[in-house]
Design a protein around this ligand. Structure first.
Ligand code: PLP
Length: 453
């Protein structure tokens, strides 16, 4: 039976909501999923159908849905003190405690936190902090940013300009390539025929160095990258890539910004992956999503002691960091983040991901037996599946065939949610997923791909 209010909600939704990244032309006619409840790794739709959430909401519900203690923590903080102006000298206990906790969890030397409302605003803050840093050093021209094709960094004007996903550009003016410049993504599946991973890595590093020279090292402030590219297709870089890109940054007095919005808080079995898995310590680290497991919005931009040492100058010596959101350090969001981190620690969720991650990746390799699956890649609980029309040439399946959308539909019928992106399927389940549920998810994809063939 359809839950009461569903039809009204559906009609109100169609009449009033501007859904993100949605084709408005087909929007009004397409069926809608009204999700009313969620628990553990499942969401329950208005018809009462239970669906295995293979994408953790949107890469964010790391501890799983419907945790009572999260609700209690949020309610208690609302009753104690739900908000007060954070500017200047006032603070609140959860914001301060979370700052200390994040400094403990982040790589050594990243001890200062700027709170934002989510990942996009945290990336905006990263760029502005980088600019302010070089201004305070007197390097006023050092402002350009290098980002990557296919990287996703968010939807605000700056974050959308950092983003290198082609399809997100239509209909928008963005900051020009002379100011935010995009180099190639690191996509091992698309590396040229006959190249080793090492050759490919050399090529990417050379391209990066050439771009810095082209823009002028004195003009380039920073490089921004996701440790593993998420929305761009779960692209894993060749071994040593990030460390080498970091070394190039250091050779040119540039900052390395690690966008760990997806990879942070356990998705790769670590609090943060840049140092732990990829061997470099970013100057700026950006996180959101898993920080609160999506129970409430919050983002954070962490900066190195070196950056802080430079920008922490008295106003009379050069200025003031003129940036801040009304909801900086929002007490309810910070209390939720602290509880979320406590749950991850108490339940040993990082360890669980270190164990189940390889199992998930190994079982997904079975999908390669299907004729239209060209590549299956990822790490731990991030997985990308490329659908191809020809395995030998790796030609992507025609978008007009809507293969990914049909696989998504097939999975829904089988009781699992996956994410179709162009000719790809992306999986990023809650971190508490069990082996049986991994099998169920991969089985749903396999069955749906088979139906499509
Ligand atoms: N950075 C990355 C790597 C992301 O995947 C996202 C969102 O998916 C963002 C930034 C933007 O975060 P938000 O949607 O919270 O603004």
């Amino acid at each position: 039976m359809t839950a009461p209010g569903t039809q009204t909600a559906w009609a109100q939704d169609r009449a009033h909501l501007l859904h993100p990244y949605t084709d408005f032309a087909t929007f009004a006619d397409e069926g809608s999923h009204v999700i009313g409840r969620a628990e553990g790794v499942h969401v329950i739709d208005a018809e009462g159908k239970q669906l295995l959430d293979g994408i953790a909401g949107l890469w964010c519900v790391n501890i799983g849905h419907g945790r009572e203690e999260m609700a209690e923590t949020i309610a208690k903080q609302v009753m104690d003190m739900q908000y007060y102006n954070p500017f200047g000298h006032s603070t609140n206990v959860p914001a301060a405690q979370l700052g200390a906790k994040l400094a403990e969890l982040a790589p050594a030397g990243l001890n200062r936190v700027f709170y934002t409302c989510g990942g996009s605003t945290a990336n905006d803050a990263a760029v502005r902090l980088g600019h302010y840093f070089f201004d305070m050093k007197g390097q006023h021209r050092k402002k350009k940013i290098i980002s990557r094709q296919n990287g996703y960094h968010g939807a605000t004007y700056v974050a959308a300009s950092l983003t290198g996903i082609h399809g997100t550009k239509y209909g928008f003016d963005r900051i020009g390539e002379d100011f935010i410049s995009h180099v190639s993504e690191a996509n091992l599946y698309a590396k040229p025929e006959g190249w080793s991973d090492g050759d490919y890595c050399d090529y990417l590093v050379r391209e990066f160095e050439a771009r810095i020279q082209q823009l002028g090292p004195d003009n380039v402030a920073a490089f921004i990258a996701e440790p593993i590219m998420g929305a761009g297709g779960v692209l894993v870089a060749p071994e040593g890539y990030h460390k080498r890109m970091y070394e190039v940054c250091k050779a040119h007095d540039m900052l390395y910004i690690a966008d760990e919005v997806v990879t942070g808080f356990g998705r790769l079995g670590e609090w943060f992956s840049s140092e732990a898995l990829f061997g470099y310590t970013p100057d700026i680290l950006v996180c959101a999503k898993g920080l609160t497991s999506g129970y409430i919005p919050l983002g954070a931009t962490m900066i190195s002691d070196e950056i802080y040492g430079t920008i922490a100058r008295p106003q009379c010596e050069g200025g003031i960091f003129s940036m801040g959101f009304t909801y900086f350090g929002h007490p309810v969001a910070c209390a939720a983040a602290l509880k979320n981190i406590e749950i991850i620690e108490r339940e040993g969720i990082l360890n669980h991901v270190r164990g189940i991650g390889p199992y998930f990746q190994d079982s997904a390799q079975s999908l390669l037996n299907l004729p239209i699956v060209g590549d299956v890649r990822g790490s731990h609980l991030m997985l990308g599946i490329d659908l191809v029309s020809d395995k030998a040439s790796k030609a992507p399946i025609e978008l007009t065939e809507q293969a990914a959308a049909k696989v998504f539909q097939g999975c829904m019928e089988r009781g699992a949610i996956v994410r179709p992106v162009g000719d790809r399927i992306i999986l990023s389940p809650p971190l508490i997923i069990s082996k049986d549920q991994c099998d169920e998810l991969i089985g749903a994809v396999a069955g749906s791909v088979q139906d499509f063939i």
